[in-house]
Design a protein around this ligand. Structure first.
Ligand code: SF4
Length: 334
């Protein structure tokens, strides 16, 4: 079995509010092995993106880690100083953000923005002597052109000089992926990388990410609200609700034998090509982190809820073969 590249160990992130601290990420445990692809799924506000940002120590102010840790290749990232963390970010752990238009800087060419990561991490060395600087520049540009080609940007030498607004949405997303891949990261955190794209471009981008993961053994966490996308792309799925993982397992376990009512709700809300609109069953209500019950966070929206659910928090427990669920209906607790 391959080694664990990234481990989230009881990770908890809190934000102070007028009504007291709110846990936006709550006791999250995840293991990601080399080359594995994990889908982190759930509705907006379930804590998926915050989990990724916190993994890179980019938790927005005033949020902070109050419990747990992030381990990269066994090293606790909270023990690193700012400089060491900055050198790890982009080089070992890289992130693809949701919206390429806000990720790319409109006043720099796309090629220069991809090259920036190589410069920051001094991938080709040679800062001192002028001839070395020139050689380094040539090496960096060569690498950027190769990367642009690799991610499917046509005529990369010419497109190097283009500005982001001269790229289509799909091409911008490819450029963002090229930035993330520039230093050959071991772990890629992809936050809804295809949300703003049409379905054919989405398929191309996902095929590209799959190829990268297979060829480079890159571990990927894909954050998405689209369970069908995660099912197609990932080996493992973790379902998040109100900051907590409520179900975790292999794709076939979670999709074919969903054990948590919330996972079943997400699956029932998926549009199907062979079905009619009436067959869609949305989950009633929405996540309100400020108004969670004492017991199961999903209880106010759960059609299976019983009295105990509102009082006692279910624990994430194994139901066999590394399939984990937090629900009183599982494991004979109710
Ligand atoms: Fe529903 Fe109760 Fe299970 Fe929570 S513990 S998901 S409320 S049945």
């Amino acid at each position: 079995m391959s080694e664990v590249a990234l481990k989230l160990d009881g990770l908890t992130v809190e934000f102070p509010t007028k009504r007291g601290p709110i846990k936006v990420v709550n006791q999250v445990n995840l293991n990601l092995r080399t080359g594995e692809r994990l889908g982190l799924v759930g509705e907006s506000g379930s804590g998926k993106s915050m989990t990724l940002l916190t993994t890179l120590r980019l938790t927005p102010h005033p949020g902070r880690i109050t419990q747990g840790k992030v381990l990269y290749q066994g090293q606790d990232l909270s023990s690193l100083d700012t400089r060491s963390m900055r050198s790890l970010r982009g080089k070992d752990l890289a992130m693809i953000f949701q919206d390429p238009m806000t990720t790319l800087n409109p006043v720099y060419t796309v090629g220069e923005q991809i090259r920036e990561a190589l410069k920051v991490h001094n991938i080709y060395g040679g800062k001192s002597l002028p001839w070395r600087r020139q050689a380094r520049r040539q090496a960096e540009i060569g690498r950027v052109v190769k990367l642009m080609d690799e991610v499917g940007i046509p005529s990369p030498e010419e497109r190097y000089e283009n500005y982001p607004h001269e790229f289509s949405g799909g091409m911008q997303q490819r450029a963002v992926i090229a930035v993330a891949l520039s230093c050959n990261p071991k772990v890629l955190l992809a936050d809804e990388p295809t949300t703003s794209l049409d379905v054919t471009v989405q398929a191309q981008i996902m095929a590209l990410l799959e190829r990268i993961s297979l060829e480079r053994h890159t571990s990927i966490i894909l954050v998405t609200h689209d369970l069908s996308l995660a099912a197609e792309f990932c080996d493992l799925i973790a379902v998040m609700y109100a900051g907590s993982i409520v179900e975790r397992g292999r794709v076939d376990q979670v999709i074919d034998q969903p054990a948590h009512p919330y996972t079943r709700g997400l699956l029932n809300a998926l549009p199907r090509l062979d079905g009619n609109r009436e067959s869609l069953q949305p989950i009633p209500g929405e996540i309100d982190l400020a108004e969670l019950p004492e017991g199961c966070a999903f209880a106010p929206r759960c059609s299976c809820a019983r009295e105990k659910c509102f009082r006692v928090q279910p624990k994430l427990a194994s139901i066999g073969n590394a399939h984990w669920v937090s629900c009183h209906l599982q494991g004979g607790e109710s």
